[in-house]
Design a protein. Structure first.
Lengths: 387, 369, 607
């Protein structure tokens, strides 16, 4: 139903994922309530009861919205939980060091850097994947390992008071001298999730689309020393002196701050559009950019290995996948739950699912292995291409 | 009261400095022993070893028959169990305690009952005349009072042995004299064995019942002050003790001159074969008589008095005799000019090539004391 | 112990038994040995661990290096020194570090030197007031000035709310807003008190008769200055330069705030990025480079100090202090000194304060002012910290953590320092004493950020009896304790040297056992020294960032990391407010410390 890469390797990965899921579900040292088998029906009440006996759940989340989620979670189940905003690298550092030290405090990571999760955290047994057994059918299989909690998107945004319509119509505009020093995005070296996006751009399929868009923009085919148009785009973007920020908040204020005559454009997550009005920012998403207006990226939910609160962690993951648990994120950020039974949120800046499918690259978990393998090379490419 | 015995004690500090070498010393019960020597001679180290603050590298130290240190036999008694008092040169009073608390400390760590403690502190405060400052802090009292507190602090625990490390060196002349008398009185009152370290020969001679002269980590002579003065065991002791210092005349070897030859010839005549081996002849200044003095037993020679230094009660004169200068001291006024210089035979100290005394000089009993 | 006569033994056995008997009553040597082992573990081993990480395959890098984890590899060395990205990882940061270090040192020396001369040697009006004020910049977190700078000069080249000037329609160029210029200026403003104090002390000791005798001999003023003053001041100048440079080497906050927006990195920020990126091996290489430079700087320092002995006789007690009459330059000089205080204290703090009460920075309109960033119960758009700073539980928790961690570390550091001092002085003259001194001084050579990196790799897993400490407060406490140990043990050694051994020996001959002596004599006498040895680490710890940011986990914010995190989230008003809270606490603690110990912080700054 959504844009995806059909390949044999994906199928294999999927099969492996399901196998891993089953093994994982049986291998834990903790009392396994809600085992992922059809024979043992999921017993939420027992999970709640067990979770209440455990130490407070500690959870990290890329988004500050975690405060609200945790508060609602505790109010609903009476299970204590502490939620902190932390970027992916911090989460990875903490969970890997905690597990290595045997001094685990963490419960659930809500983390965007799927490549790290799949390339490092899961193979090194720093985290475990767990899918609520009662949702096995409503979450698409390919989003189950690691478990996608929510889909968010990063799109090109502009300042509607300065520009009547979006000044970016082709993604190559971002690399054009006209926009030199006027494209804001998170620093890929600080937040390597951006590198995952780069890795998707370099797949043959997407590179072809990029090359076609280039020809549409400049009228002549792309001439490049790089392996394909994807790499070339990365090199040109890096060389175009983009404004590198520490967070999308900074990107949003660079683009949306009032009183600018020629404000930059930026690539930022959907949540910024909801946050803009109270901050006095003027922000709007571009709705028509060739070949895509941006990319959809998942936020994963995984459980720290040997967490002291395994049942609370599962209860929390389960909660995240319900309409109630997804609501704060969807309402503040936009996006939609990976549990397709959960209806899309009220902030629908980008229209329907169909619109997403057509206009966004989907960074499916299936591409994580490739992204992880290419991460260093692409980071170095970015680094060395900056001027 | 016990005697103190040091047997073949050596002390080598880290870094190889040998402070004490193979030292034997017996301090009799009840003695007031002064360890006398130039600074750096190891006397303080000996004291600290007796107190248990330094450990000998070899040898044995015992007090009253109880072995405190024996390296070879592996015996060790820590300082705090030796029952020895030590008064430091710097006094080392505890600045955070009052005079009374300073004195009481030794009793309180020994868990002496409170009432007895107070009584004994009061006794010592009275003995040393420091009652008025009992509740002040060390920084609020004078140097002399600090000295008394340091002493009181040790006396209060009635040590079997009291060690004093140059305790008077920081006091002015008047206080020194007072404290010397005080120490002598305390020694007589308590009858304890006292070991007193000093580099001041006057202090040693006046205070000690016995004096041990040390140099370079060795004991050169032990004896009564009169013994040390009148029968120095070697040249070093002879030169170190006495003020103004002894005249030393080389009589053999490169340094010997005409005065030496004359004295040597006289000594051989009067003192026999022992004088043959003499390399130096020592003459105490008070034995040098300038003007008058005749007789068979005297060496007499004309001299020219070149310098006269009146000290008040005495006159010190430098007299040119032949090719050298002899210093004499006299209670009668001396004037510059020609005079005859004479010395009695028994006042000649003969020293061998290695500096040791040659026993042919008059017997001590014959020396006019 | 009985002194009864024992049977003769073999000589060596007797000697051994003798030494053992002694050790029962005199545990200093044994304790010193134990302490040395502990210090070796806490100080030497972490440094060894980081050096070894630099040449061993780290877990997760098997594919990159083609070797199993733990194998010896040159990959990280190649990556840092020789690969195409080495230019960005090491060489350019190294160059930037050198430029910044030299620039800051020059600026600090000129500023500190001129002010020291004005305050110490001239009749400058108000100099009594100036002296303590000029030390204030050092009492603020090092990056305070940087935040203030950004508040004014931030332009559109980076995201987030713009600075005052940008809002007012003046767009500051990049070179003025970020990178070398502002970093040098702001760090110079922070570190010049070192030079001010060191040069001030030297000038105070310096005998004006020397100058006068030179003039009497017919030397011109210029010749006097060149031939007499400069050579005599050189050691103090060199010491101040070395001290400043070594501090700049390890400083993190300022280049992080002012450098990264324009991709300007120094060694410490490059190290931090490597850590965040999970490149433990490269981080270890960078740590080793920083340590090497630190060692080189300290070596220069100790060489200079040796040279300085030649000049000790200069500052005799009879030195004359004749103040130079400024005459018509009095007012301009006073204005200059006032401007220095203004630029380094009043303006940064004023700017920060102003920024915390403005919705849009730099828009000076009545409706734009608000107290909500301090006291609002709900800040709608601030998801990470949704209330005013004083309202949120975050500040209280961070303040409590700061006090807990830093207080405990200062206490331990002070006590440990005094104990090191005690043992080093008691075993004086032995190799043990020398080793104790050296081991406790070693952390001084290692900039905090590299030290923290070493602690991360050492205590990440359980090793022998030491449990893994990652994620615990003990790790922070331990790291800070050891990092501040050089200051504390230096103070401890000085205090013990001054005390001498005799008060304790007096107690010993009075019959007091070792613990009685320690408890009833040494400890009470050194109470003041202990307090002094704790105050400085405490103040330094309150504003410590580089180590804590490496070791603290998101759950355990202290005040400094809270401030940096708020800055990262793009809430500059809250970040600045948090810095102001730190400054206020630092002032209060300094004031209380000076009241309690009766010493001035200024005297301890020389470290």
């Amino acid at each position: 139903m959504l844009v995806m890469m059909a390949s044999r390797s994906r199928t294999l990965a999927l099969a492996g994922a399901i196998l891993a899921l089953v093994l994982c579900g049986q291998g834990g040292a903790v009392p396994l309530l809600g085992r992922a088998t059809a024979a043992a029906p999921f017993d939420l009440a027992a999970l709640v009861a067990a979770a209440k006996k455990e130490p407070p759940l500690v959870t990290l989340n890329n988004s500050g919205v975690v405060k609200d989620i945790v508060a609602n979670f505790t109010a609903k189940y009476g299970v204590k939980a502490v939620g902190t905003k932390a970027d992916s690298l911090t989460q990875v550092q903490q969970v890997s060091r905690e597990v290595q030290s045997g001094n685990v405090k963490l419960g659930v990571l809500s983390i965007e850097d799927g490549a790290l999760v799949q390339g490092r955290l899961i193979p090194q047994h720093f985290v475990d994947n767990w899918v609520p057994p009662d949702m096995l059918d409503s979450i698409p299989k390919k989003w189950q390992n690691p478990l996608v909690q929510i889909w968010d998107a990063k799109v090109v945004a502009y300042n509607p008071t300065s520009y009547g319509a979006c000044p970016i119509t082709n993604i190559w505009d971002l690399t054009d001298p006209a926009w030199r020093g006027k494209v804001a995005l998170r620093d890929p070296l600080e937040t390597p999730e951006e590198i995952t996006w780069f890795s998707w751009l370099t797949t043959e399929d997407n590179a072809r689309k990029l090359a076609a868009a280039y020809q549409r923009r400049y009228g002549s085919p792309l001439q490049t020393k790089e392996k394909n148009a994807g790499y070339d785009f990365i090199v040109r973007l890096a060389a175009n002196q983009p404004i590198l920020t520490k967070s999308d908040d900074d990107s949003a204020s660079a683009v949306g701050a009032p009183g600018q005559t020629q404000p930059p454009v930026g690539i930022m997550s959907l949540g910024k559009f909801a946050e803009a009005p109270p901050k006095g920012q003027k922000l709007a998403p571009c709705k028509s950019v060739l070949p895509w207006i941006g990319y959809a990226y998942p936020r994963y939910a995984v459980i720290a290995h040997n967490t002291p609160s395994p049942n609370a962690a599962r209860l929390y993951v389960h909660y995240l996948m319900t309409a109630e648990g997804a609501a704060p994120t969807i309402n503040q950020h936009g996006g939609f739950s990976a549990n397709l039974d959960v209806p899309p949120g009220q902030h629908e800046y980008l229209g329907s699912h169909a619109f997403w499918e057509k206009n966004l690259v989907f960074l499916d978990p299936t591409g994580n292995d490739r992204a992880w393998q290419m991460r260093d090379a692409l980071s170095d490419l970015w680094r060395l291409s900056r001027r | 009261m016990p005697h103190i015995g040091l047997s073949r004690v050596s002390k080598q500090f880290p870094g190889g400095v040998r402070a004490v070498e193979d030292l034997d010393l017996i301090i009799p019960d009840g003695a007031f022993m002064c360890l006398l020597g130039p600074s750096g001679c190891g006397k303080t180290t000996v004291l600290r070893m007796i107190a248990g603050l330094e450990q000998p590298s070899a040898g044995e130290i015992s007090v009253g028959g109880r072995v405190f240190d024996s390296v070879a036999r592996g015996c060790f008694v820590p300082s705090e169990e030796r029952g020895i008092g030590l008064v430091f040169q710097s006094y080392a009073l505890w600045p955070h305690l009052t005079v009374r608390e300073n004195i009481e400390f030794g009793l309180s760590v020994r868990a002496v009952p409170r009432a007895e403690r107070h009584a004994r502190v009061a006794d010592v405060l009275r003995l040393l005349n420091i009652e008025p400052v009992a509740d002040r802090y060390p920084s609020q009292i004078s140097g002399g009072q600090q000295q008394r507190v340091a002493l009181a602090r040790m006396l209060v625990v009635s040590p079997q042995v009291l060690l004093l490390d140059e305790p008077l060196s920081n006091l002015d002349a008047r206080l020194r004299l007072e404290m010397r008398a005080e120490l002598k009185r305390i020694h007589q009152t308590l009858g304890s064995t006292i070991v007193f370290v000093t580099h001041d020969q006057l202090e040693a001679m006046t205070l000690g019942t016995e004096v041990a002269v040390m140099n370079a980590g060795r004991i050169l002579q032990v004896g009564t002050p009169m013994d040390i003065y009148h029968r120095p065991a070697n040249r070093f002791v002879a030169e170190f003790v006495g003020n103004p210092p002894i005249n030393i005349v080389p009589v053999r070897g490169a340094g010997a001159g005409r005065l030496g030859a004359s004295l040597h010839e006289f000594a051989r005549r009067r003192l026999g074969s022992a004088a043959d081996a003499a390399w130096w002849i020592g003459i105490r200044p008070e034995a040098v008589r300038l003007g008058g003095g005749h007789g068979e037993d005297r060496w007499v020679h004309p001299a020219q008095i070149e310098t006269v230094l009146p000290t008040g009660p005495t006159w010190i004169a430098g007299a040119r005799v032949l090719d050298a200068t002899l210093f004499g001291v006299s209670f009668e006024k001396i004037a510059a000019g020609p005079a005859s210089c004479s010395v009695r035979a028994e006042d000649l100290h003969l020293f061998a090539e290695d500096g040791s005394r040659l026993e042919a000089a008059p017997r001590p009993s014959e020396v006019g004391v | 112990m009985s002194g009864a006569i024992a049977a003769p033994r073999a000589p060596w056995r007797g000697a051994l038994v003798y030494q053992l008997q002694r050790a029962r009553y005199e545990p200093t040597v044994a304790l010193g040995a134990v302490l040395l082992v502990v210090l070796a573990y806490l100080v030497v081993v972490p440094i060894g661990a980081i050096l070894s990480d630099a040449v061993r395959v780290q877990p997760g890098d098997e594919a990159r290096t083609g070797q199993p984890a733990g194998h010896v590899t040159a990959y990280y060395l190649w990556r840092a020194f020789g690969s195409p990205v080495s230019r960005l990882l090491l060489w350019r940061p190294l160059l930037n570090t050198c430029v910044v270090a030299i620039g800051v040192t020059l600026l600090a020396l000129i500023l500190g030197g001129v002010l020291a001369w004005l305050v110490v040697r001239t009749d400058l009006p108000g100099r009594k007031w100036l002296a303590p004020l000029l030390v204030v910049p050092y009492m603020m977190p090092s990056w305070t000035f940087a935040l203030a700078w950004l508040t004014v000069f931030k332009n559109r080249a980076v995201g987030g709310p713009a600075g005052f000037l940008e809002t007012m329609g003046i767009s500051p160029p990049n070179w003025l807003a970020y990178g070398t210029v502002p970093i040098v200026v702001t760090l110079g403003g922070h570190y010049f008190p070192f030079a001010f104090l060191l040069l001030g002390n030297a000038l105070r000791r310096f005998d004006s008769q020397l100058e006068e005798s030179a003039s009497v001999l017919g030397a011109t003023r210029w010749t006097t200055t060149r031939r007499i003053v400069v050579p005599l001041m050189l050691p103090a100048v060199a010491s101040a330069a070395v001290l400043t440079a070594s501090r700049v080497l390890g400083t993190f906050g300022t280049p992080y705030i002012l450098g990264l927006p324009v991709n300007y990195s120094v060694l410490s920020t490059s190290l931090y990025q490597s850590l965040r990126g999970g490149s433990t091996g490269v981080m270890a290489v960078l740590s080793a480079v920083i340590i090497a430079i630190g060692v080189a700087i300290v070596a220069v320092d100790s060489w200079l100090l040796r040279e300085q002995r030649r000049f000790v006789t200069v500052g005799s007690k009879g030195a004359m202090h004749r103040r130079t009459r400024l005459r018509r330059w009095r007012i301009p000089a006073a204005a200059l000194a006032g401007a220095a205080v203004g630029a380094t204290v009043v303006i940064p703090l004023g700017t920060l304060t102003l920024s915390t009460i403005m919705r849009v920075p730099g828009r000076f309109e009545p409706g734009n002012f608000t107290a909500e960033f301090w006291i609002a119960s709900r800040l709608p758009a601030f998801v990470g910290y949704p209330t005013g700073l004083l309202r949120g539980p975050g500040l209280a928790a961070a303040a409590w953590n700061s006090f807990r961690i830093v207080g405990l570390a200062a206490l331990l550091s002070g006590a440990l320092g005094l104990f090191v001092g005690y043992l080093a002085v008691r075993t004086q003259g032995t190799r043990l004493s020398i080793l104790l001194r050296q081991a406790s001084f070693l952390p001084y050579l290692v900039p905090g950020i590299a030290f923290a990196a070493a602690y991360l790799s050492l205590f990440a897993v359980r090793r022998g009896p030491i449990p893994a400490l990652y994620g615990t407060l003990s790790l922070l406490v331990l790291a800070l304790t050891v990092a501040y140990l050089p200051f504390a043990s230096r103070a401890g050694i000085a205090a013990m040297m001054q005390l001498g051994r005799e008060p304790e020996e007096a107690a010993q001959v009075c019959g007091a056992r070792w613990w009685q002596r320690l408890w009833r004599i040494v400890a009470p006498i050194q109470r003041g020294a202990l307090a002094a040895a704790m105050i400085l680490p405490f103040i330094a710890g309150l504003k410590e960032l580089s180590m804590i940011i490496m070791l603290a986990t998101p759950g355990t914010d202290v005040l400094t990391t809270l401030s940096i995190r708020l800055q990262d989230y793009g809430y500059p008003q809250l970040a600045n407010a948090a810095v102001l809270v730190i400054v206020a606490l630092s002032f209060v603690v300094t004031y209380l410390g000076q009241r309690i110990t009766g010493t001035s912080l200024a005297s301890g700054l020389e470290g």
